[in-house]
Design a protein around this ligand. Sequence first.
Ligand code: CTP
Length: 397
Amino acid sequence: MLEDKRILLIISGGIAAYKSLELIRQLRKRGAWVTPVLTKAATEFVTPLSVSALAEEKAYQDLFDLMDEAEMGHIQLSRSADLIVVAPCTANLMAKMAHGFADDLASTLLLATDTQVLLAPAMNVRMWDNPATQRNLTTLRKDGVAFVGPNEGDMACGEYGPGRMAEPSQIVTAVEAQLSEGPLTGRRILVTSGPTHEPIDPVRYIANRSSGAQGTAIARALALLGADVVFITGPADAAHPEGVKVVEVKTADEMLEAVQNCLPADAAIFAAAVADWRVEGASNSKIKKQAGKLPMLSFSENPDILATVSQLKTGRPSLVVGFAAETDDVIDNATAKRKRKGCDWIVANDVSPETGIMGGQENAVTLISEDSSETWPRMSKEDVARQLAERISAALG
Ligand code: CTP
């Protein structure tokens, strides 16, 4: 399964480092090539000699080892791998990664790479639960870093809770999942999701009821088929999907800018409920209540992100999919909307309050293309996402 895959294994300093020897053994057994890198602290727990003997490869340690730079520069070392695995990953290395520090070979490789990274954290339970580590975890997830573990259990320090490094066999499974080729491997797909917030003043805004559930499920389903997903989301309730790059925005203008920055892409799925209008001249200070007077708000139109991308003359994704949230004449309105905006497909749904679709767990959609219209039975938003991802995969070929 891992035949001839190249794994760059970074071992940082923690008691769990002894398990990395078994990890190397299991990866080698499955046919993977393992290039080990040890931090200085890791060498207090395992010796470079044992690591290198099991990996049958040189164990790299020092950024300033000129011999290594001559053999293989750190940039090349970081990029020649199919996957970078950090096991164990200490709280310190997570913090360095989250903040972009590069003060030794391991952190420099992690900053220089454009390869997928999988972390197996290992630390004391209080360190794991610490808000700083949890913040770093959120940041790294948003950056598209994948995680395996930590597990809950008795720890070497005598405490109990989450913080134990995942077992080598679990890490191998996670490595296999990361490296498994899906039909969308190598395809870059962007997904917009959630509502936008349009400010009235610094404390008030105009929003809508979108939870982001459908967009999140689509991003996850595409990632599971191997796509390289950029997930551009407004302030939504749904937790971010794993294994995708997340870009958070608030307003429609910010969403358009983020979308443009993420092009080119093979496909773009616009599941966001973008506000059609923004408040003109939103106040920089809080609008005060004045006896007997109501504030007068005037609006201007937001950019139509879907139409902008659909009508691009150059760099248009080969498949552009919009959503149509309708309450009346769903199919007719959605069919007209697809034509007006210029997208390839439109996923129409009835968001009348009695359907419970907006903000709910289920969806009932009709997939409309230039020459067909197909109504799917009501199902969970995850199932809609899976079916749509399959269709996208088939269309991209
Ligand atoms: N959309 C967009 N940018 C906007 C408005 C909508 O990208 N400023 C996208 C949505 O993400 C969705 C599609 O356009 O994919 C249709 O959104 P919808 O709210 O149904 O349509 P509107 O353009 O707002 O039209 P209307 O309000 O007239 O129904």
